[in-house]
Design a protein around this ligand. Structure first.
Ligand SMILES: [Zn+2]
Length: 530
């Protein structure tokens, strides 16, 4: 029998183990889509308890607790932190086969160094140990990001957001890049005229553009888009039920805008036309700046209206939808491609039936301008568990190219969800390990390890153009010499003369590469004595 979640968890073969431990484990994390609150990073938030950190916003856990019959009071209600914690610990033994069981124990181990099994008997001691550690400075928001070797996070932000927290992180020289993501869902939400008008008025204020028409709305959004670009944004993200690709004329869209802005409810057809036009405009904006556009689709949100009324939206009452996808998605992508305005695109399906549709659709729009230009996104939400990830990667390798995949993201609100990258890396290494062990891929660790490093890290760095964003490559303290440094690609770095006797910090080393490559890269650094 294998040990419970030991160092070789999910790694069934020796090859998988070697690949994971040598090629994947130490790589930094690029979390290119998440829902962290940037204010908490900017303020380096300290958590009052494990309940706040773990149960405060995690609707995965809330769903599981509800399935177990836990009263809402102990989930999102006014129960004390410990009552909520105990309710979750009581749920834990019932979670066999659910990824929460693995994520929870991975998080306890990697964040807090706790190897115990969480259940009602251990609840108290684990609670106290976690809370005690959370009092220590290294368990702040930034401390936790450092602990997990997070190099970049891309949060999810509205076009009217000030991005002040991202700017603060940058100005503080926080070594993890906290970049915004453009998520303009509210500019698409014309179902409710009053809320839409309020949003548009706010957008006008923030952008300084008087919005009187659809055309001026786009002008205002472009102002904000450029602002996001200036703060380091590299991605957009759209949460849509399905792809909208109705035919429309500019005149029709102007009339629809005037109608909804004037407070009149739109017809279904008008809503679809408006959204179709917006998606094209957003696609064109992203193409101009070379961003990557992401589409998360296929969810039916807030199914339970009684719960929505009492607890609010996005509280764990969403499900997989079964929308028809292929024709509209192809029409939308083709519309942009026809005007040579199709930017890099990641498609995240929520229904696993769509894996193959997307994998084949993606390569019809690859045009040689960028490796893996159109991507089938990693298993998302209900699919970011072992079965979902395997199915996604099998579709990708059978029908597309796994090797060009930009890999995993947490999509999380929690500062200790980063073990989801570890979980993904283990599953990936196991998959590649099986191919090698079965004689379906050569026993060439340099090649297989290279694939693993690409998928877990390097592809994302290149695809999202994060290379320029990386901190310079070594922490140097030099006294009384002139120093010139080049980075590992031979590009000239800084050249500084240090003041005699005074330590002079040239740059900070966070080598993004494998530990065994580290030396090679740093050998490229030259110092000239002076
Ligand atoms: Zn998300």
């Amino acid at each position: 029998m294998k040990a419970f979640m030991d160092q070789n968890f999910l790694l069934q073969t020796e090859t998988a183990q070697k690949l994971y431990h040598e090629s994947a484990k130490h790589l930094p994390i690029i979390d290119y889509h998440c829902h962290l609150n940037p204010r908490e990073v900017a303020e380096d938030h300290r958590f009052r308890s494990i309940t706040e950190l773990w149960l405060g916003g995690d609707h995965y856990k809330w769903r599981a607790m509800r399935i177990c019959g836990t009263p809402e009071r102990c989930i999102t209600g006014d129960a004390s932190d410990y009552e909520k914690w105990l309710a979750f610990a009581t749920t834990m033994p019932k979670l066999i086969g659910n990824p929460l069981y693995h994520w929870t124990h991975l998080e306890l181990k990697t964040a807090f160094g706790i190897d115990k099994i969480l259940n009602p008997k251990t609840a108290r001691e684990i609670y106290e140990e976690c809370n005690e550690k959370l009092q220590q400075p290294e368990y702040s928001a930034r401390g936790l990001m450092r602990r997990y070797n997070v190099e970049v996070v891309c949060t999810t932000d509205d076009p009217i957001d000030s991005l002040e927290h991202h700017i603060k992180c940058r100005d503080d020289k926080f070594e993890c890049k906290v970049l915004p993501t453009w998520r303009p869902d509210k500019a698409m939400a014309v179902e409710s005229p009053a809320a839409f008008k309020a949003y548009i008025d706010r957008l006008a204020e923030v952008s300084g553009v008087e919005i009187r028409s659809f055309t001026t709305l786009i002008d205002a959004l472009e102002v904000r888009h450029r602002y996001f670009e200036s703060v380091g944004c590299r991605l957009s993200d759209h949460g849509i039920e399905e792809f909208y690709a109705e035919d429309y004329t500019q005149q029709e869209i102007e009339q629809i805008f005037a109608k909804v802005y004037g407070g009149t409810q739109l017809t279904d057809e008008e809503i679809r036309k408006y959204k179709s036009a917006m998606l094209v405009e957003f696609g064109v904006m992203d193409h101009k700046t070379g961003w990557t556009q992401q589409f998360h689709f296929g969810v039916i949100r807030n199914n339970n209206s009684r719960k929505m009324a009492s607890i609010g939206v996005d509280t764990g009452f969403d499900s997989i939808g079964d929308f028809t996808l292929a024709k509209n998605m192809a029409k939308y992508l083709d519309r942009l491609d026809q005007q040579n305005a199709l930017t890099k695109t990641i498609l995240y399906n929520l229904n696993p039936k769509d894996n193959e549709v997307l994998a084949t659709m993606a390569y019809t729009f690859n045009d040689g301008t960028c490796p893996g230009k159109i991507q089938l996104g990693s298993g998302w939400w209900f699919l970011d568990q072992e079965d979902g990830m395997k199915k996604q990667m099998n579709a990708l390798s059978s029908l597309g190219l796994l090797s060009r995949f930009v890999g995993m993201l947490t999509d999380s609100r929690s500062f200790i969800s980063y073990p989801r990258h570890e979980y993904f890396r283990r599953i990936l290494c196991n998959l590649i390990g099986d191919w090698v062990e079965n004689g379906e891929y050569p026993e060439d660790f340099a090649a297989a390890g290279g694939l693993v490093r690409d998928i877990c890290y390097q592809n994302a760095v290149k695809y999202f153009r994060l290379e320029d964003e990386k901190p310079f490559c070594i922490f140097f303290e030099i006294r009384g010499v002139n120093v010139s440094l080049r980075d590992h690609k031979g590009k000239n770095g800084v050249s500084k003369s240090a003041h005699a006797g005074k330590p002079y910090i040239i740059g900070k080393h966070r080598c993004p590469h494998m530990v065994h490559q580290h030396k090679h890269h740093c050998d490229n650094m030259k110092t000239d004595g002076g």
